[in-house]
Design a protein around this ligand. Structure first.
Ligand SMILES: *Cc1c(COP(=O)(O)O)cnc(C)c1O
Length: 444
């Protein structure tokens, strides 16, 4: 048997930083990353044979719990029939139909028409590809180049989306990573979240050149920062008034916060033009999707002039995992996730209060995160102003007690339908010691 430390040392000799995605290196929590060998339900087990209650959930996809028997069986059955053909399969159509059918709002007194913003779907392999394609589609549809994004929102790692705010609201952005050409970052305008004045200002200045606004449906990549009431609706209205599109990024929230994603639970009905999905929709395998009206989506090749393709797009194993996951995400599953999330979020808040730690627990549906601030952060600047130094000792205390939290204060806690009373109790019992560790923390 090897140790996590030995595995990490070996990994660093073979892969940059020992990882294939940076947050896995545990850099911001100053801890040795755990190397996992198996997972089941709400638990993960590392190379040392230690079991943890998991609140990462593969960053979302493990919404039914790890290695859900029906999902595993569906993937095994698909594998036995061929790992992929680079050609069409009936399963892809079924998954596309399932996505389109779920993303809707029923007719009601307040909203007298049933809405179906997704009429056509294209399957891709990662969320990064989904947002990248949505942006190309928006540019192709409008004949414009500029994209508006919000500071602190994550849409994957394509060049134009790794941009940081310039000095003024309507100033073109700076590269957010080495290797991003300034000319590409300059096609993105980065503004503060939850700030409609900034949105109006940027459209007043550059409205004729803006192809689309891209927004996380309910931001979860700077910790949880819920949209202000009606924010998404106002955003859609402003964009549409200027002939621009709204790209709703539901890669993280889609099919997690409810059967229709955030679109289904936003308190105010709104009309996104393109919606991106990932994480849950692949059920743990690499699959993501873009959806929208037939008119927009059919601008994609082979029907239209906007090129997009993928060798592994619609891979049968990933499609099987995604379909089976969605099939099992019924009202009862969402109720279990919501219930467990409420118990854990409330227990975290009381443990921190008990220990005298200034905090807020922010929630967007069943997604939540702790922020070490007196006031609820509403945008990236207020998120960054929190006492983030309290998170590493909190995280390490939870890990020492067998609870695997996201290794960064800027990530959501992912609860699954498999988090039963036993798993939830183990988390709740670990919280007081972690809260005391957070109380004793001092700035680095
Ligand atoms: C994870 C994520 C992405 C990127 O998805 P990948 O599959 O990691 O490329 C894009 N947008 C949001 C909101 C995400 O949370």
């Amino acid at each position: 048997m090897t140790t996590n430390a030995q595995e990490f040392a070996r990994a660093r000799g073979a892969m940059p930083g020992g990882v294939n995605s940076p947050v896995r290196a545990f850099g911001s929590v100053h801890e040795t990353p755990r190397f996992f060998v198996s997972a089941s339900g709400p638990y993960v087990t590392d190379v040392e044979g230690r079991e943890y209650v998991d609140l990462v959930g593969s960053w979302g996809p493990a919404i039914l719990g790890h290695a859900h028997p029906a999902v595993v069986k569906a993937v095994q059955d698909a594998a036995a029939h061929g790992l992929g053909f680079g050609a069409s399969t009936p399963g892809e159509t079924e998954l596309a139909e399932l996505i389109a059918a779920r993303v809707s709002r029923p007719s009601s007194v307040v909203e007298p028409v049933e809405t179906h913003p997704v009429e056509r779907v294209r399957l891709v392999s990662t969320g990064t590809e989904a947002t990248m394609t949505a942006i190309r589609l928006a540019r192709g549809a409008t004949g414009r180049d500029l994209i508006v994004k919000f500071a602190g929102h994550y849409h994957g790692h394509s060049d134009g989306l790794l941009a940081e705010a310039g000095s003024g609201v309507a100033t073109l952005a700076m590269p957010g990573s080495a290797g991003v050409p300034a000319a590409i970052a300059a096609q993105t305008l980065v503004i503060a979240y939850n700030d409609l004045d900034a949105v109006r200002e940027v459209f007043a200045a550059r409205g004729d050149d803006i192809a689309a606004v891209i927004v996380e449906a309910a931001p979860a990549n700077m910790g949880i920062v819920p949209p202000a009431h009606g924010f998404n609706a106002a955003l859609a209205e402003i964009a549409h008034a200027h002939g621009a599109l709204l790209i709703l990024d539901e890669v993280l929230t889609g099919f997690r916060v409810g059967p229709a994603g955030w679109y289904g639970i936003d308190p105010v009905l709104f009309s996104p033009d393109l919606i991106t999905f990932g994480k849950v929709v692949g059920g743990g395998l690499p699959l993501a999707a873009i959806g929208g009206s037939a008119a927009l989506m059919e601008l994609l090749a082979p029907l239209g002039p906007v090129y997009q393709a993928g060798t592994l797009s619609g891979n049968p194993l990933a499609v099987a995992a995604g379909r089976t996951t969605l099939d099992h995400l019924d009202a009862a599953a969402y109720a279990r996730i919501d219930g467990a999330a409420t118990t854990i979020a409330d227990a975290a808040a009381s443990a921190l209060s008990e220990a005298g730690v200034t905090h807020v627990v922010q929630r967007s549906g069943s997604l939540f995160s702790i922020q070490f601030a007196a006031e609820a952060p509403t945008d990236y600047d207020t998120v960054k102003a929190q006492e983030a130094f309290r998170y590493p000792p909190f995280f390490r205390a939870m890990l020492a007690q067998g609870v695997s939290l996201p290794p960064s204060v800027f990530e959501a806690w992912f609860v699954s339908a498999a988090h039963d009373d036993t798993a939830v109790s183990r988390i709740v019992e670990a919280l007081p010691a972690a809260a005391r560790a957070a109380a004793e923390a001092t700035p680095d």
